[in-house]
Design a protein around this ligand. Sequence first.
Ligand SMILES: NC(=O)c1ccc[n+]([C@@H]2O[C@H](COP(=O)([O-])OP(=O)(O)OC[C@H]3O[C@@H](n4cnc5c(N)ncnc54)[C@H](O)[C@@H]3O)[C@@H](O)[C@H]2O)c1
Ligand SMILES: [Zn+2]
Ligand SMILES: [Zn+2]
Length: 409
Amino acid sequence: MVCFVWAAAASRKSVAIAKQPEFLLRSAETPLRKTEEGGSARGRLLPRALVLRQTLATASRKGCRIFCMKAIQLEKPERFRQIEIDPPSQPGVGEALVSVQRVGICGTDYSGYLGKMPFYSYPRIPGHELGIEVAEVGEGVTNVKAGDRCSVEPYMNCQTCFACRRGSSNCCETLQVLGVHTDGGMRPQFIVPARKLHKSAKLALEQLALVETLAIGCHAVNRCQPQPKENVLVIGAGPIGLSTLEFAKLTGARMIVLDLNEQRLDFCKTKMGVDHTIVAKGDGSELEELKKITDGSLASIVIDATGSNKSMSNAVNYVSHTGKLVFVGITTAEITFSHPIMHRREMTFLASRNAVPADFARIIKLIEDGKIDTRPWITHKAKFDEVIGEFPRWLKPESGVIKAIVEVQ
Ligand SMILES: NC(=O)c1ccc[n+]([C@@H]2O[C@H](COP(=O)([O-])OP(=O)(O)OC[C@H]3O[C@@H](n4cnc5c(N)ncnc54)[C@H](O)[C@@H]3O)[C@@H](O)[C@H]2O)c1
Ligand SMILES: [Zn+2]
Ligand SMILES: [Zn+2]
């Protein structure tokens, strides 16, 4: 349990309520029956997050000073610290108070840590891949209720700009992504618009945290629409490249993966059912290999998920005539290539940013139906208190990390 309550007591009773580590610990198990001790009516089952919140609210009403939540903050590049934050207030109209259970760590978090993520601002509480439990809902919320377990769509959009009006909430003109532009889920509780919650009664909490990573790949594949047997080349076999593979696989396309890292290519073959892999040696042999695999036609869809401007500039060479090139990886550097190759082959260039609500619903259903196997994905786990120590280790390629999941509570 990551929540502590310290109380400047106004009475013995307030100390008793506010200093209830046993009560909080018990509330971290399964739903509890309301008790007199918890200060509420008898008889109904309560989710643990609500019990926790009620305990804090009671302590607060009794005049206790509460400094109660531990959060992890990236103060500046390469410097994490554990901070104490105020507990959130009541959820307002259309909002939900959520209790964070699992947080997935992704390339965006690593880039933010290294100071290489263009949209990141500091200090920041990271965490945008979230498996949560709803603690309480505000007025007018009908899509979720207390106790529901959900994945969070972490893209906070304005709902009024041109992109939002066209249904592209993923690239709102003033988009705020949790854990990137605004504080995320590396804390026990926070308030989020309820419309951003996608529930599942079947998925495990860590699977719910994985949905957002998968959504990035789902959206990238939706952007380019592979057809059965079409040659799809994915460059970069990190989590984002792997998530594109999950959805390319569902289309019946022929999958080819190119990466510098042979360990990751092995993973693609043994765990992801990829037909062909190519090692990026940087000597031109990649193009020859691709020609062999595709009978000379190259890949009619190329998805670059490296985040390397070098790879992204070079990727045009792998696209067949009339083919499509999708940039799902992100770079701050310039991408250059000579225009004739694009013109001659009449290429289509596509960007892919984040994901849309329908992607979340689709992925949850695919996992529930056993069409996506999440087992190979989660390679590392850590408790909340271990994150600061573990995080730099996950950055190293030899750690073999695909997805690290943090157990917040
Ligand atoms: N589109 C989005 O909304 C979105 C969301 C999240 C992350 N991203 C971006 O996606 C990118 C990938 O993320 P990730 O977590 O999978 O990163 P990662 O670093 O784990 O994976 C990148 C892979 O690319 C390979 N690679 C690098 N340079 C290469 C080259 N020249 N040729 C071949 N392979 C090369 C690396 O070996 C690595 O396996 C990042 O840029 C990240 O910021 C985009
Ligand atoms: Zn992510
Ligand atoms: Zn908008």
